[in-house]
Design a protein around this ligand. Sequence first.
Ligand SMILES: Nc1ncnc2c1ncn2[C@@H]1O[C@H](COP(=O)(O)OP(=O)(O)O)[C@@H](O)[C@H]1O
Ligand SMILES: [Mg+2]
Length: 219
Amino acid sequence: GFAELLSNHPGLKEDIKTNRFAMNILTSAKSLLGIINELLDLAKIEAGKMEVHIEKVSVADLCENLYNLVKPIAEKKQLQLDLNVEDNIPLMDSDPGKLQQILYNLLSNGIKFTPEGGRIVLRAQTVPPEQIRISVTDTGPGIPPEAQQVIFEKFRQVDGSVARTHGGTGLGLAISKELTLMLGGTIAVASVPGEGATFSVTLPLRAPEREINAPLVNL
Ligand SMILES: Nc1ncnc2c1ncn2[C@@H]1O[C@H](COP(=O)(O)OP(=O)(O)O)[C@@H](O)[C@H]1O
Ligand SMILES: [Mg+2]
């Protein structure tokens, strides 16, 4: 956007202070956009207007694309990011956009909450006879047992102080859970506090057909 143009403006390259201000605007704008998008997604889900588009999905390709997408973000924080995809995972009937959004949320959390020098693993495997499990494991602080259910509720964060240092709205996991349910799957966390966390999404090979919700009013 315009802040990006401003920070790259040749005349301003030498003006370090203005450049820093432009970068600050850019960071705030991106964070606001993220919050707005989360609120819009939640509103859409609650209004029953989130549509599912089922198509053939290659889990291996999807995971590799995500890996390449988040790799630079992980590297910036000195985090090791690994990809571990089982061979010959069959094509799924699912919604690749939704799947990508769920996993991007989980990867972003892993990167956000794991201190420098840690490791994040994105893993995909089959769960016979007809499920696929995709998981994100990190070496971060983990989640205490009493919080492992509530973090999937909207606006819930484990600890206000941590949330304040890390930012975020507490909507990511609630949205991820709703999207996972729409794809006929389940989402769960396993964690030993102090030893990291594993979030896993288990999905059917064939996502169920859902009836489209009729609009409440005719526009
Ligand atoms: N990988 C993780 N490690 C530790 N805590 C986590 C992790 N992922 C989520 N959490 C906890 O769950 C809360 C809710 O996550 P989320 O819904 O994505 O909201 P947000 O990222 O905006 O805080 C986080 O605030 C954090 O307390
Ligand atoms: Mg989040």
